[in-house]
Design a protein around this ligand. Structure first.
Ligand SMILES: Nc1ncnc2c1ncn2[C@@H]1O[C@H](COP(=O)(O)OP(=O)(O)OP(=O)(O)O)[C@@H](O)[C@H]1O
Ligand SMILES: [Mg+2]
Length: 296
């Protein structure tokens, strides 16, 4: 069911977010979910509730327009290769700094239908059936120019259909294998002393895995550790390996997860430190909403 963007309500939400950043008190915000990168806020309106994903502030219109074109192309290409993507629209407004604030907007889908939740609440039969449909979608979509961040928290099942949610960071590469995303902007929540180092040395290795089926599956399986769903790994490995030229082992999944968890933990800790520096030492507004620490 298609929707129109609720402009007035979004303007009010953005005012609330700016107040929260200014006062460092985010208790008035209605949080729908936490990702590694962003907070997802709920917005209730007369046409139903929405999930609102705030993007980093774009310094000028050109960079915002490039993002919007990239996102639209990403949504088209995913749908074209058989992934059901949640309908996503972008709303934007002018930011006091002179830049542009924007949100990705989706209808709020039922949180009890999030696949990471269903893997806890449904039985093994559902889990295996889910994973086989999941493998079809991943395998049909992922290629060296089109990536997918396919963790279980990025899918919901509604009316028997898998729907993909996590599109705010479009994963597309050009013919020379370079990220088409404005990586510099999307890494702007990293402390300045890390930004260049990370951009240069880590971008490729952070993103590589999303562009091949085996990497996407390794990431999915590794994250089952974080979701306390380790018990499902052996059955899923068997299903996955039936399709892979080079099988994945349980040890590889565990080692991958330890490495990935350490990286995100480090990034989160540096961000908290950077926020402290902004607020307490320089007495300036820290411009991002951060998720709370994750228990890994
Ligand atoms: N349309 C939606 N309806 C209900 N809940 C949602 C919706 N979109 C996102 N969420 C919740 O918010 C969480 C994070 O959303 P999403 O995966 O889109 O962002 P993210 O993981 O922060 O993105 P990134 O990978 O860029 O960090 C989801 O796992 C889910 O719990
Ligand atoms: Mg996500």
């Amino acid at each position: 069911m298609s929707f129109t963007v609720p402009h007035t309500e979004l303007a009010r939400l953005e005012a609330q977010v700016q107040a929260a950043l200014r006062t460092t008190d985010d208790s008035a915000l209605d949080v729908l979910g936490y990702g590694e990168v962003s907070l997802v806020l709920r917005l209730r309106t007369d046409q139903g509730a929405f999930a609102c994903k705030r993007l980093p502030v774009f310094p000028d219109r050109g960079r915002f327009e490039r993002y919007q074109e990239g996102l639209d192309e990403y949504l088209r290409r995913l749908s074209g290769s058989g992934v059901n993507v949640a309908e996503t629209k972008v709303w934007h407004t002018h930011h006091p700094s002179g830049g542009i604030t924007a949100y990705c907007l989706q209808r709020e889908l039922p949180s009890q239908r999030l696949c990471s939740r269903l893997l806890h609440t449904e039985g093994e039969t559902w889990a295996k059936d889910f994973f086989s449909r999941f493998l079809d979608q991943v395998d049909g979509a992922v290629d060296p120019a089109l990536g997918l961040d396919a963790q279980a928290t990025n899918w919901v099942e509604v009316d028997g259909e898998l729907i993909y949610l996590d599109v705010t960071t479009p994963l597309m590469r050009d013919a020379r294998g370079r990220e088409r995303l404005d990586v510099r902007l999307f890494f702007s929540s990293l402390p300045w002393f890390l930004r260049d180092a990370v951009r240069l040395s880590m971008t490729k290795s952070i993103f590589d895995k999303f562009y091949e089926t085996r990497g996407v599956l390794l990431d999915f399986l590794g994250n089952l550790h974080k979701e306390r769903l380790d018990a499902l790994i052996p059955a899923f490995l068997e299903q996955a390996n039936a399709r892979l030229a080079k099988p994945i082992t349980a040890e590889e999944v565990a080692a991958y997860y330890r490495g990935d968890a350490r990286m995100w933990e480090l990034i989160q800790r540096l961000r908290q430190a950077d926020r402290f520096w902004h607020r307490r030492i320089r007495r300036r507004t820290y411009p991002f909403l951060l998720p709370p620490p994750v228990d890994r």
